[in-house]
Design a binder for this molecule. Structure first.
Ligand SMILES: Nc1ncnc2c1ncn2[C@@H]1O[C@H](COP(=O)(O)OP(=O)(O)O)[C@@H](O)[C@H]1O
Ligand SMILES: Cc1ncc(COP(=O)(O)OP(=O)(O)O)c(N)n1
Length: 266
């Protein structure tokens, strides 16, 4: 049995965060473990409150997990503040965690801050370079590279800039642009190609219930890495899982509802 750890915030409505991750990991028939960084009072309409976990309690959760059941992959989502980020980075290094997928969650689609303003620098310097791959959406990628992204050409330039600055692979998710749902994977290459880039595209599913798409994609990538697959193949399979869960057209709640994780991987 492969084991996957999610380090993320709790979403009381079950659509994003820890809950989406555990559902995704379970749908992949893997064993899910969690270290909770924050509680959110949240539903399909918005985020109404956030309580951060004390950093030493994040450390305690990670110590319990890594000294007992070593994960085959780690997914990281909402990390809230600089102290929690430093704690996670130290523990990942201490336990030599492998297959680390970091979704640099900053602001929910409903518009609430899930990362404090003063945490960006620490995220950039202490945590993101530890990722096997990081998976920003368009607004997050804009923050990471300091430029606007309006087109697929902008995505190509942004991906190179982020890969170069962090020396890690980046998957920029295109869900926030119009047209097909096109995600771009960029990794450093060997000369003469400085960067290896690959698009992962699917037709846009007509479904406004997209709460937790980013969380689901990143934990599905972690599951595939845990299974020993290469990064490109892991992204391809994760996107297929996500698209299938969106196509089920589950419609819960009064706002942007969650995905259907009862969808079975073919
Ligand atoms: N309507 C849609 N149809 C198909 N795929 C989508 C749709 N919306 C988002 N996606 C995909 O969902 C994943 C998460 O995308 P995105 O919405 O950009 O991230 P986030 O949830 O972090 O804001 C990406 O693979 C993206 O291409
Ligand atoms: C607790 C928690 N973590 C992450 C998110 C963001 O989820 P994500 O899938 O990146 O995007 P949206 O659901 O906001 O579209 C969250 N809302 N809550």
């Amino acid at each position: 049995m492969k084991k996957v750890l999610t380090i993320a915030g709790s979403d009381s409505s079950g659509g994003a965060g820890i809950q989406a991750d555990i559902k995704t990991i379970t749908a992949h028939k893997m064993y899910a473990m969690s270290a909770i960084t924050a509680l959110t009072a949240q539903n399909t309409i918005g985020v109404y409150g956030v309580v951060d976990t004390p950093p030493d309690f994040v450390a305690a959760q990670l110590d319990c997990i890594f000294t007992d059941i070593a994960p085959d992959a780690v997914k990281i989502g909402m990390v809230s503040n600089p102290e929690i980020i430093q704690t996670i980075a130290e523990k990942l290094r201490e336990y030599q965690a492998k297959n680390i997928v970091i979704d640099p969650v900053m602001i929910s689609t409903s518009g609430s801050r899930l990362l404090s303003d003063d945490a960006l620098e620490t995220l950039h310097t202490a945590l993101l370079p530890l990722g096997t791959v990081i998976t920003p959406n368009i607004p997050e990628a804009e923050v990471l590279c300091g430029r606007e992204i309006k087109t697929k050409k902008d995505m190509l330039q942004a991906a190179e800039a982020i890969t170069a600055s962090l020396d890690t692979a980046v998957l920029i998710k295109g869900g926030h642009l119009s047209g097909d749902a096109a995600d771009l994977l960029c990794q450093t290459g060997n000369a003469p190609a400085a960067f290896l880039k690959e698009w992962f595209e699917s037709p846009r599913v007509e479904n406004s219930n997209t709460h937790g798409t980013g969380c689901t994609l990143s934990s599905a990538i972690a599951c595939n890495l845990a299974a020993g697959r290469r990064l490109e193949e892991s992204v391809r399979r994760a996107k297929k899982y996500l698209t299938g869960a969106l196509k089920e057209q589950l419609d819960l709640g009064k706002g942007a509802g969650p995905l259907d994780h009862m969808y079975r991987i073919p």
